[in-house]
Design a protein around this ligand. Structure first.
Ligand SMILES: C[C@@H](C(=O)O)C(=O)SCCNC(=O)CCNC(=O)[C@H](O)C(C)(C)COP(=O)(O)OP(=O)(O)OC[C@H]1O[C@@H](n2cnc3c(N)ncnc32)[C@H](O)[C@@H]1OP(=O)(O)O
Ligand SMILES: [Co+2]
Length: 134
């Protein structure tokens, strides 16, 4: 069901400092910061030849990454995002298998303008999983 790895996300408190690490120290190409108010984060993508790293910091009140960043003040890997062809079919299969789909259970538009859903980390080996329909 899952296809390519779309991105690995790293949550940080200070997005500028995180960008400096990837741009200046690691020599990567990064995109400009993109506020995602519906998701409560500001994101920057690090463009790699075979995938992407999503650097993100909390935006606004009640950000879903607030608690994670408080627990990991120096930053930490937050989620992995896999591509799927049909996000509703994937969701329905996962729900039937007992996986917890987060939020309302309805896909929302993510940072790439495509529908995304999140799956509870406790159901996937301690790793928060994002699905993106491509
Ligand atoms: C823009 C878009 C895009 O790419 O297009 C994005 O990525 S937006 C990316 C931001 N959006 C999201 O993450 C949306 C989905 N996420 C959520 O709804 C939330 O972050 C939850 C996954 C429900 C966690 O929320 P929160 O940390 O407030 O809950 P909590 O403190 O009660 O944590 C419950 C348990 O889950 C664990 N836990 C929490 N976040 C975790 C994570 N990222 N990875 C692994 N485990 C995690 C906690 O340690 C805790 O375990 P213990 O009970 O053992 O202590
Ligand atoms: Co993401």
């Amino acid at each position: 069901m899952i296809g390519r790895l779309n991105h690995v996300a790293i949550a940080v408190q200070d997005l500028d400092a995180a960008c400096a690490v990837y741009r200046d120290t690691l020599g990567a190409t990064i995109t400009p910061p993109l506020p995602q108010p519906e998701h409560g984060v500001t994101v920057v993508f690090v463009e790699l030849p075979n995938s992407k790293i999503e650097l993100m910091s909390p935006l606004g009140e009640g950000s879903p990454i607030e608690a994670f960043v408080a627990r990991n003040p120096g930053g930490g890997i937050h989620h992995v995002c896999y591509e799927v062809d049909d996000i509703l079919a994937a969701r329905d299969k996962l729900k039937a298998d007992g996986a917890r789909v987060l939020g309302t259970g309805e896909p929302r538009i993510g940072a790439h303008g495509k529908p995304v859903l999140f799956l509870h980390p406790k159901d996937f080996l301690g790793t928060l999983v994002e699905l993106e329909q491509v």
